[in-house]
Structures are given as structure tokens and as C-alpha cells.
Design a protein around this ligand. Structure first.
Ligand code: WTA
Length: 656
């Protein structure tokens, strides 16, 4: 091999098969059935997607061309006319689902609301008419800066209904981060709320919007539409700011969905790279609708009786694809919860599961690690027997966290779907299908049908079984990102040039390291940018961290490389201990030895630092590049707008 890849040093052998009863009732019932669908899709992906697009979605007009692929530009269902808000709402109104719960919402203070499909449709139409009244037209960008309330979903669907492009900015981001994103997208209007509840406090969203727009910093914005949530006092700038509840009074509930070109832009969502400003990932309509629809249906084995709950915030791609669009397109009941586990109510998630009889629960490893730290007593005190499927997304899940999720939350009864995907991919790429795929703790298993994934070296050659390399996708799929908003060149550079095209064949570079085992299962080993190079061996972060977490003292671990004269880099491990352990030299030695016996001397941390917290993004991902700066004693460089809590860095620096 001419280029360095990534070495795999820790392998997990446990396997869990779906139980026979579950499989019998599942949409896809066996690994053989999956394989058949997969093979058919792989033989002709375009034909496979076209058949599903025809069967599963409403089109005002059918497409002329299924796929127009001029790398790296893919166009799906060219010439087709479609509206995702129609598919999520209108088409259910002519069925019994008209009065089915579309959204079940629970607020942090304990208030709640249920919207049937008919009710949701009505409010979406009203808001769409209000947007029109405020001068928003097809193609205009609308910024959303919302708490987790039904109006967040209503606003997204209202934009989609009239062909406006939404750009959701997570409600925990600062005014500066909001301003940058609104400016980049040249938003015409902002939809926000007076405030929202988070961890027993009020987050004053409107005040942040005021700050972001102060001194005409974003001249494109002409209006701000404000939803009343907390009732706190806010400034309303006359001429610019309007209350949603005022305008709703006179808004008609009749607003036919605009037939959109399949390739019309649906939304922009910003994702941060390690350097440079956040990228505005662009998704379009038809392909995104189809892909999120199918992945929700098959990966969650969706039934009409399900109460489906994804704990993400609508500010992330997970909220877009798997709280709003995927579930509603399927006519499912999607639960939305404003709260997060907090000192006053650490068990609130389990209360919600019990109260609503949640059947499908989808969360992130960072949450699972927090549950583990809080102990088994909380979930054990609630009736979780309604659960039938568990999901995880966002980071590689350490096998020990997977086992805990399986045993304590799933009662060893619920298949776990570990879904690997990205803002850029729009939907699940690697995932088990719960009735079909035997699972292995820590593996996102196999590609979704229609996805041609591989692990390659930097020349684009497939690596062998259990050899580490770069995760790539070799054929376009319907919900792939189309460009970086306003910067096509950055799109090309970031995703299509790391692995040079071979024989004119382009591959999508995901930026993750992975290996594939002898059963063809994929194991994601962490971001390529985080790889640690020790004495010429390139090590992914996931395996070393999993080895550390498998020691009973360790609640959470993050490893990074630190420059080392002899070895190139040495491993530095940041460790959060379980509450009944104390930091000290003895434990440090034990943990180093533990890594040596689990993996080998090559991965032995040169340095272990105990800490109470780790720097994370607001969606809970560990920001290793900041730890890298700390370990090397450098200034923090790069974008920190997504960092959840700055004080964590100061504490870590003091402790060093
Ligand atoms: C990581 C979230 C391992 C990965 C949907 C990816 C995962 C990045 C998994 C995208 C998983 C997400 N196993 N790693 N199941 N899911 N990742 O854009 O590094 O917020 O590239 O999208 O998260 O993060 P994003």
C-alpha cells in the first residue's frame, strides 16, 4: 500500500441476533431478505430508488430522468414536481390518519400538547400564509432559531410548503453564531420565540436575535416572527418584529403546497469543520424526501402503532430528518420533548417513555454515557416495557456503553440500531435493520440498501478485512448534500478530492476512519482528523477510548495525540471517572496497563489527565481538536462557535 491508512488494534466479538418473534412481525425479516434487497439495489441503484419513489411518495408530476450524475453533482428525479410538506401532511388527511397524533409534544415544565395530522396541517398552512404576507417567496431563505416546541416543526413545514429555504440554527448557539449563519444565507426573515426552557432556566432567544441583528448587521432580514413560549418580557421592534399569535388570528388555513422541482433547495444546515467557518450544507427536495422516508420506515421498522421518539434537537440534521420529515412523511407519531436530563429531574427521559408508552427511542452516545453515570436506579424505577427498538447516532458508541443500553434500557429485548450518517448524507448510511441484521456492539453494521460503501486507502483501493482505512461512498444516493451554500469549490475540495477519482469514478469522502470485518460489518473508528500517529502507526481514537471505558473506573474517555520527539506523537488520555473512584498515580498506572493488556503497548497512553468534564459540541460530540491544543500546550485555534461550555477548557488548562 503506497499511502498510510489507519490501524485497527481492538476488536469486539460479541454478536446479538434479532429474536424470532420480532423478526416475524418486521418489515424486513431476515439477513437473507436484506441481502436480496441490497443486491438488487446495488445492481441498479437508480431503478431501485425510482421504484420506491413511485410507490412511497406523492408527485405532482413524474420525473423525466431518475439520476443525472455529473460528478460531483448529482440530480435526482429531474423534472419531477413534489412538495415535502404535502407528503408529510396533506396526503394523510384523506386516510384514517387524519386524526392520528402527528406530534406529541412535552414541554420541560411539564406542559404538553398533541397535534393530529389535521391540526398540524392547519397550523402549517396558517404559518405559510403569514410568511407569504410578510413577503417571503419561493427560494427566499428563512432563519429559524427556536426552542423545542411544535412551532419549530410547523415553521420548517411552512417554509417547505411555499418553497422557502429554511436554515435552522440551534437555539443554544450564541448571537454571533446566529449572525454568521443568517448572513451567510442572506436570510429574509427569522422565526424565533421569546424564549425556551432548558435545564430549569429560560433561554432568551429573542434577545439573542436582537443582538445578532443589531446595527443592521444582517441587512437582508426584514422581519422577525416571534412565537410566544415563556411569556417573559421582550423588546419588539416596531415594523420588524411580529407576534405569530397575532398574525395567526387572521391567517387563512388554506394554503396549497407549491409544486417544487425535485432539485429545488429545501434547506441549509450549517455544520462545523475543524477549521474555517461552518459549512452551509445544502439539501434538495425529492431525493431527501424519499431517502429520509425509506430509512425511517425500514431502520425503525415503523408501524402505525408506534410512538417514536428521537431525543435530538431540531437544530441538528437528526432533528430535521428523524423528528420532522422522515416520521411525518410516513404518517408516524413523532414525539418531541423540550427538556433534557437535568439535576432537578435526571430521570425525565424515562418519565416520558412511561407516560407516552414510547416504542422506539433514538438518542446519542453522549446521552447514554450520561445515563450510565447517573446509575441504573433511575431507569429501573420506570416501566420501560413499551420500548421495542433503541437507536444511537452521533459518535461511535463504545461497546460497554452499547451493552449497558442493551441490558438496562432495552431489557435485552430491543434491537439496537447504531446508525452512522452525517449532516452531509441527509439520512442513515450504515445501519442495522432491526428484524434482519445481527448486531455487534460498536458496529454500525451494514449499508442501507442502495448505498455502496467501502473502506479504502488514499489511492482509492479497497483495503483488506479488518484493515483500517477511509470510509467512502461509491455511488450517489438520493439525499446526498448538493453543495456548500455559496461555495461549490469548498464542497468539491472537502468531499471529492481527498481520494482522487479513478477512471473518472468519484467517491464521496466522509472524513471518518473505519474498518470492515470478515462479515462485511463496518466499524467506524473516529474522525480522520483525530487519528494519532505513534511510531509510524496510525491509530483511530475509538478503539483506545473503548479500551479505557471497558475499565470499571472510567465513565468517559477521549484520546488525542501530542507531539513527541521520539514517536511522532504520544497518546494523551482525558478521563472522566465513575463517581466512586478517585484520581491518583496508582489509578493512572492501572489504566495505562489496562490499555496495554486490552490493545498492546503501542496504544499505551503516555499521559493521563483526569477531569470532570470534556469539551463537547452542543450536540454532544467530544471536540478532540481542542484537547489536542491543550495537550500540546498550544493556543486554541479554529472555530469554537459550536463549543457547549467554554469553562471546561479553562478548568482543563488549570488542571494541566
Ligand atoms: C459521527 C450526525 C460512529 C461520524 C447524524 C460522522 C458516528 C459525524 C455515528 C457526523 C455512528 C455519527 N457511529 N460515528 N453511529 N453517527 N457519527 O454531521 O464521525 O452531526 O462523520 O451528523 O458523526 O456528524 P453530524
Amino acid at each position: 500500500m503506497s499511502q498510510p491508512t489507519i490501524e485497527s488494534i481492538l476488536q469486539e466479538k460479541r454478536t446479538f441476533s434479532p429474536n424470532a418473534e420480532f423478526s416475524r412481525d418486521a418489515r424486513i425479516q431476515s439477513i437473507e431478505e436484506y441481502q436480496k434487497i441490497y443486491d438488487r439495489a446495488a445492481a441498479d441503484p437508480a431503478a431501485f430508488w425510482a421504484e420506491l419513489a413511485e410507490r412511497e411518495l406523492h408527485w405532482f408530476e413524474k420525473w423525466d430522468t431518475i439520476l443525472d450524475w455529473q460528478p460531483p453533482v448529482a440530480k435526482w428525479f429531474v423534472g419531477g414536481k413534489i412538495n415535502i410538506s404535502y407528503n408529510c401532511l396533506d396526503r394523510h388527511l384523506t386516510t384514517w390518519r387524519k386524526n392520528k397524533a402527528a406530534l406529541i409534544w412535552e414541554g420541560e415544565p411539564g406542559d404538553s400538547r398533541t397535534l393530529t395530522y389535521a391540526q398540524l396541517h392547519r397550523e402549517v398552512c396558517q404559518m405559510a400564509n403569514v410568511l407569504k404576507q410578510l413577503g417571503v417567496t419561493k427560494g427566499d431563505r428563512v432563519g429559524l432559531y427556536m426552542p423545542m416546541i411544535p412551532e419549530a416543526a410547523i415553521a420548517m413545514l411552512a417554509c417547505a410548503r411555499i418553497g422557502a429555504v429554511h436554515s435552522v440554527v440551534f437555539g443554544g448557539f450564541s448571537a454571533e453564531a446566529l449572525r454568521d449563519r443568517l448572513s451567510d444565507g442572506e436570510a429574509k426573515l427569522v422565526i424565533t420565540a421569546d424564549g425556551g426552557y432548558r435545564k430549569d432556566a429560560i433561554v432568551s432567544l429573542k434577545a439573542q436575535v436582537d443582538k445578532a441583528l443589531a446595527n443592521d448587521a444582517v441587512p437582508s432580514v426584514t422581519n422577525v416572527l416571534v412565537v410566544k413560549r415563556t411569556g417573559e418580557a421582550i423588546d419588539m421592534e416596531s415594523g420588524r418584529d411580529r407576534w405569530w399569535h397575532d398574525l395567526q388570528q387572521t391567517a387563512s388555513a388554506d394554503c396549497p403546497a407549491e409544486p417544487m422541482d425535485s432539485e429545488d433547495m429545501l434547506f441549509i444546515l450549517y455544520t462545523s469543520g475543524s477549521t474555517g467557518k461552518p459549512k452551509g450544507v445544502v439539501h434538495t427536495t425529492g431525493g431527501y424526501n424519499l431517502y429520509t422516508h425509506m430509512t425511517t420506515q425500514w431502520t425503525f421498522d415503523l408501524k402505525d402503532t408506534d410512538v417514536y421518539w428521537c431525543t435530538a434537537d431540531v437544530g441538528w440534521i437528526t432533528g430535521h430528518s428523524y423528528i420532522v420529515y422522515g416520521p411525518l412523511s410516513n404518517g408516524a407519531t413523532s414525539l418531541m420533548y423540550e427538556g433534557v436530563p437535568r439535576p432537578s429531574n435526571p430521570g425525565c427521559f424515562w418519565d416520558v417513555v412511561e407516560k407516552y408508552g414510547v416504542t422506539i427511542f433514538y438518542t446519542a452516545p453522549t446521552a447514554i454515557r450520561a445515563f450510565i453515570k447517573m446509575g441504573e436506579a433511575l431507569p429501573k424505577a420506570r416501566d420501560l416495557s413499551s420500548l421495542r427498538i433503541l437507536g444511537t447516532v452521533g459518535e461511535p458508541i463504545n461497546p460497554e456503553a452499547w451493552m449497558w443500553y442493551h441490558q438496562v434500557i432495552g431489557g435485552e429485548r430491543c434491537p439496537i440500531v447504531d446508525t452512522w450518517w452525517q449532516t452531509e448524507t441527509g439520512g442513515f448510511m450504515l445501519t442495522p435493520l432491526p428484524g434482519a441484521t445481527p448486531t455487534k456492539p460498536g458496529s454500525a453494521t451494514l449499508p442501507f440498501p442502495g448505498i455502496i460503501a467501502d473502506v479504502v486507502d488514499l489511492d482509492g483501493n479497497s483495503v483488506g478485512d479488518n484493515e483500517g482505512g477511509y470510509l467512502v461512498v461509491k455511488h450517489p444516493w438520493p439525499s446526498m448534500m448538493r453543495t456548500v451554500y455559496g461555495d461549490f469549490d469548498r464542497f468539491r475540495r472537502s468531499y471529492w478530492e481527498h481520494i482522487p477519482p479513478k477512471d473518472g469514478k468519484y467517491v464521496y469522502f466522509a472524513g471518518d476512519g473505519a474498518r470492515r470485518d470478515e462479515d462485511g460489518y463496518f466499524w467506524v473508528m473516529g474522525r480522520v482528523d483525530d487519528v494519532i500517529s505513534v511510531s509510524g502507526h496510525r491509530l483511530g481514537t475509538m478503539e483506545i477510548e473503548s479500551a479505557l471505558v471497558s475499565h470499571p473506573a472510567v465513565a468517559e474517555a477521549a484520546v488525542v495525540g501530542k507531539p513527541d520527539d521520539l514517536k511522532g506523537e504520544s497518546v494523551v488520555a482525558f478521563i472522566i471517572l465513575e463517581s466512586n473512584y478517585t484520581a491518583g498515580e496508582e489509578l493512572e498506572k492501572t489504566l495505562k496497563q489496562h490499555v496495554v493488556s486490552e490493545i498492546g503497548a503501542i496504544a499505551r497512553p503516555g499521559d493521563i489527565r483526569f477531569s470532570d468534564d470534556l469539551p463537547k459540541t452542543r450536540s454532544g460530540k467530544i471536540m478532540r481538536r481542542l484537547l489536542r491544543n491543550l495537550a500540546a500546550g498550544e493556543e486554541i485555534t479554529g472555530d469554537t462557535s459550536t463549543l457547549q461550555d467554554r469553562s471546561v477548557l479553562d478548568k482543563l488548562r488549570e488542571g494541566a
